[in-house]
Design a protein around this ligand. Structure first.
Ligand code: NAD
Length: 237
């Protein structure tokens, strides 16, 4: 019953706003079949985090790619109702931007235009030596370490690994959208990965909504907390 009140309040806030920003994480794509990292069945329940560090990429590229291909690339997944719902809000000129920590490209596949991918995308890859760009097929088709056809350099995904910095331009753009947002909806993220989680500090409004199955360190600061799945919170089930 309490939850129904909160869910109605969320839909009322969405109805009354024309400047919504959505800040999301791995939980946005679990309904599409991509596991998150930190919930009980997430990737880190069976694999250590250092496998996604820059140190590991540089020292063990072959093993890195074995792990990466198996656990981070999902070429056959499709957007879920959540991705399509957010895309619809943008088409209605209610939602101004999606700021995502995800690297799966599903928001764009659902038709969203303004998507800031804080941690990059598995679909963008480049040669570390000459800069030549590659799509994801080169990674998927390489038996071993993917190499540049032009210069033989190692190809690296444009995905932010642990120990790597985020692109300044993306951070600045995300801050601008968050500062100007009327309604900030944060969903499907544990909010423990920095600096991404720290961007919420830039929100100046009084409509910060947190939707997450598990509790987060920001729950206390939110104006509305819904500890439910995004599908339920948006009443898409
Ligand atoms: P996380 O794994 O730390 O947290 C995900 C949170 O989402 C959990 O707290 C979980 O309770 C919640 N959740 C799961 N399914 C949900 C649903 N249907 N509705 C509501 N909540 C749900 O993920 P994070 O905070 O995004 O940080 C992890 C990092 O891992 C990010 O940098 C991201 O790039 C990366 N990652 C990306 C993908 C992807 O691209 N799909 C998947 C896994 C991890």
């Amino acid at each position: 019953m309490v939850l129904e009140v909160e869910m109605s309040e969320l839909l009322r806030m969405i109805e009354n706003s024309n400047n919504i920003v959505f800040f999301g994480g791995a939980g946005v794509s679990t309904e599409s079949g991509i596991p998150d990292f930190r919930s009980s069945k997430g990737l880190y329940s069976k694999s250590p985090e250092y496998l996604l560090s820059r140190t590991y990429f540089d020292s063990n590229p072959k093993e890195f790619y074995e792990f990466y291909k198996k656990n981070l690339i999902y070429p056959d997944v499709k957007p879920s109702k959540i991705h399509y719902y957010l895309s619809k809000l943008e088409k209605e000129s209610k939602l101004k931007a999606i700021i995502t920590q995800n690297i799966d490209g599903l928001h764009q596949m659902a038709g969203s235009k303004k998507v800031i991918e804080l941690h990059g995308s598995v679909y963008k890859n480049y040669c570390m030596k000459c800069g030549k760009k590659y799509d994801v097929e080169i990674i998927l088709c390489s038996k071993d370490i993917p190499r540049c056809s032009k210069c033989g350099g190692i190809i690296k995904p444009k995905v932010t690994l642990y120990e790597e910095s985020l692109e300044n331009q993306k951070i600045e753009e995300a801050i601008k959208f968050i500062e100007e947002a009327d309604l900030l909806i944060v969903g499907g993220t544990s909010l423990v990965v920095y600096p991404a989680a720290g961007l919420l500090e830039y929100y100046r409004g009084d409509k910060l909504v947190l939707i997450n199955k598990d509790k987060t360190p920001y729950d206390r600061k939110a104006n509305l907390v819904i500890n439910q799945s995004l599908e339920e919170a948006f009443q898409l089930k």
